[in-house]
Design a protein around this ligand. Structure first.
Ligand code: FES
Length: 164
């Protein structure tokens, strides 16, 4: 009897038109997961990330000059960034005034990269349809835990957070 390795979660790019990232035939589990994901996307709409900006990081600490990121200069703006050395992107969200939040875009269910649904202003996972509110909390499962949040500080000119 042969032993199969457990299937790793598929992590397709959150772009809705992107081809699957898997270049080999899918396992039965992956095919079922993709079917569920496709049905979920049809229900919740298309979530895709704006272009992810690579940003420097020192031991996980990120410091960004707000003047360099017009996306964050208006309330409600969002900016996905990929700190150097990070495995997953982080979404920075500007709330009202000078309030900022930062969330890992790693789905708390099985680790896919969640996309940004600009219409619903939610984080939608392309793998099994989890949806997170803009504050990172779960709106719809199967995920049960919120997105990982990183505390953010800002002095109005520089925004800082750490993923360490
Ligand atoms: S990995 Fe399953 S819902 Fe995101």
């Amino acid at each position: 009897m042969t032993q199969r390795e457990p299937a790793k979660p598929r992590d397709p790019s959150p772009g809705c038109d992107d081809p699957p990232a898997v270049a080999r035939p899918w396992t039965r589990r992956e095919a079922i997961g993709a079917g569920v994901g496709a049905i979920s996307l049809a229900v919740v709409g298309c979530a895709r990330l704006p272009p992810v900006r690579e940003v420097p990081s020192q031991d996980g600490a990120v410091s960004l000059a707000l003047a360099d990121y017009p996306e964050l200069q208006r309330p409600g703006g969002v900016l996905p960034v990929k700190p150097a050395g990070a495995k997953k992107p982080v979404m920075i969200v500007r709330g009202e005034g000078e309030q900022f939040s930062a969330f890992s875009l790693k789905c708390s269910h099985l680790g896919c990269t969640v996309g940004w649904n600009a219409e619903a202003r939610s984080f939608d996972c392309p793998c099994h349809g989890s949806r997170y509110k803009i504050d990172g909390t779960v709106q719809k499962g199967p995920a049960k835990r919120p997105l990982t949040a990183y505390p953010v500080t800002s002095d109005g000119a520089t925004l800082r957070f750490s993923i360490a």
